[in-house]
Design a protein around this ligand. Sequence first.
Ligand SMILES: Nc1ncnc2c1ncn2[C@@H]1O[C@H](COP(=O)(O)OP(=O)(O)OP(=O)(O)O)[C@@H](O)[C@H]1O
Length: 630
Amino acid sequence: MENNLSRSGSRSSSVCELEKDLSDLEIMKSRTNRRNVMVRSQPARKAKRIRFFRNGDKFYSGVIIPVLPERYRSFDSLTADLTRVLVDNVTLPSGVRTIYSLEGRKIGKLDDLEDGQSYVCSGFGEPFKRIDYKASAVTPQSFRLSGPESLTDSASPSPARANNRLSRYLQTNGSNSTGNETPRISPAGDNVVRPRIVTIIRNGVKPRKVCRLLLNKRNSPTLEHALAAITECIKLDTGCVRKVFSQSGSPVNALNQFFEEEDVFFAYGNERVNQEDFELEFEESKAVLQCRKIKYNPVTRNARSGPKPRMPVKASGAARKKSEDGAAGDGDGNGDESALASLLPQPLRLKYSVGKIIGDGNFAVVRMCKDKSTGKEYALKVIDKAKCKGKEHYVEAEVRVMRKLCHPRIVSLIEDQDSPEWLFLIMELVGGGDLFDSIAAASKFPEPQARLLIAHLTSAIAYLHSLSIVHRDIKPENLLVDIGLDGSIRGLKLADFGLAVEVWRPLHAVCGTPTYVAPEILLETGYGLKIDVWAAGVILYILLCGFPPFSSPDGDQEKLFDAILSARLEFPAPHWERVSAGAIDLIANMLRPQPVLRFDAEDVLDHAWMSDDYDETCDFRTWYDDDDSS
Ligand SMILES: Nc1ncnc2c1ncn2[C@@H]1O[C@H](COP(=O)(O)OP(=O)(O)OP(=O)(O)O)[C@@H](O)[C@H]1O
C-alpha cells in the first residue's frame, strides 16, 4: 500500500494512471479498514470536454462543456444545463430533449459521451438531421454580427481559425516565448478610439475570470494605455498584461484592433500561450454570453413596453403599531418618552435623555437620545425581544457584529444594555433619514450623486467583507443619509446588522428583502459575501432610473423571484437613454447571476465609472449609436 502511494506521488503519471492507482488503493483499504475509506478524499476526475451542436443548424459552431460526474449527477441535469445555454443562442423552444452522436446514434447516459467528441442536441419530436456539423465549428467568424447567432459564435470561438493564427504567432515568436516582448506601440489614429466595451478573459486556470472593460479616449489613447487599463481591470497575478490575443487568435499589436469587429480578448502576462486557451469552458461561455446580452439587449430605445415598474413599498413600521399599547414608541412619533425612560436600565437612564421616534422596523423602534453631560445626540434603538422569539440568535449576532465594526461608512455602536424584555442600543445618530425616503423624494439621481452613494456603500461592504462578515439585508431602508444644509445628500452609512453573520462556509438560510435578494439565495445552493454586491447593484440601478431591475407587475413574490432567477437584465428606454455606458457596465457586473463572475466590492471600487473624473457625458451617445446599428 505504501508502495502504491509513493509510486503515484513520485512519478508524473497521467490522471488515468493516478486514478487507477488510487482506486487500487481504495480497494485494498476497503478490505482492511472501512473507516479510512470513508474519510479519504476522492481522486480528482478529469472532465470530458464535449462539444454540442444544435440539430440541423449549420451556422451554430456549438458550445464546449466540461462534463464531470460531480457536476452532472444525471443525464437530465446535463440536458437541463444544455437547454439553458442553448436557448440563448439557437431556436430551441422545447429545450434539449435528445442528444445524438454525429452519426445519429441516440445517447442515453452520461457514460456514452466520449471525451473530445461532438454531439448534436435536438428538441422535442425532432428527427436527427445529418449535416456536416464540424464545418460550422471552423467557419470564420465574419458572419458574427448578422443576428442572434452572433452571440453564439463569439461565445464559442472558432478553434481552427484561432489555431491557425496562433500557430503563425508561435512560429514567429517561438513556442517558449516568454512574452516579454511588449507589443509594438502604435499611436491612436484620430478616429480609431471610440467608447467601446470589450470582454477580457484573464489567462489562468479555467474557468477564467471574464471582465468587461470600457475603452475610450481617456483610458486608451495608445495601445500602451489600453494594456494598462486591461491590467488594472483584470488584476493579473503575474504583473502587467504583456500580450493580448483576439478570440480568433490574432495577437493584438495595434490599438485599432480593440475597436474592430472582435470584442473578446485574452490577456496574458509572461505566461506561455497555448492553443487550448482559445476554447471557452461552459462557465466562461456563459459569462461571455452574459456580457454580450447585457450589451446588446438592454440599450435599445424601446426595450420594454408597458408601464414603468414601481419601487417596492417600504416595510411598514410594525413596531410603531405595537407602540400604541407598549412603551417603546407611540403612534405619532412623539410623546411618551418618559414611559420609555423608565424602562431604560439605570446606567442608560442616568446618562441619556430620550427624545422623539426617528424610525422603526419590524423588531425595533429608534428614538433620538442625548448624552446629558455632553449634549451630544445619539440614536437609541429599542429592540422588542418578544418580537424576536426564536430569532434571538439574530439579535445577539447584531450586537456581536456591531461591536467589532469601526468604519466611517457604518453606523457605530456606542454602547448596549439589555433588560428581560428589551435590548437597548445607543448608536451614532445619522440625521437625514434613510435612502428609501430620499429615493421617493428625488425619484432618481444624477450620476455623480449616485457614484458618491455607491462609493460609500461599497466601501462599507468591502470593509465588512474583509472581516468575512456578510450583511444580508442591504437595501435603501438600511442606508442612513447625511444631508447637507442645502438639502443635498452628502453621504450615507450602513445600518441594521440584524441579519449580519460571519461567513466561514456557504450559507443556506433564505433571508433578506425580496427586491434585493441574489439569485443564489433563491436557488438554495449556498451563498456567501457576493450577495451584498448584488444588493448594491440593485440599489445602483434604482438610483439611476428610479425603479428596480427585477420586479413583478402585480406584486406577486413568486414572479419577482422568477424575474431574479431569469437574470434578464434590461435597461429600458427612455429611462436609461441618458445613462453612461460605464454605469451600465458596472451594474451589469454587479448583477451577474453567477457569484464567481460577479464583481466583488473591491472590483466595484476599482471600476472606471467610480473614479471622480469619469466623464459620463463622453460615452453615452456613441454607445446608443453603436447599438442601433447592430
Ligand atoms: N443610527 C440611526 N440614526 C438615525 N436613524 C436610525 C438609526 N438607526 C436606525 N434608524 C432609523 O430607524 C429605522 C429602523 O431601524 P432598523 O432598520 O435598525 O430597525 P429594525 O427593526 O432592525 O429593521 P428591520 O425591520 O429592517 O429589521 C431605520 O430605517 C432608520 O430610519
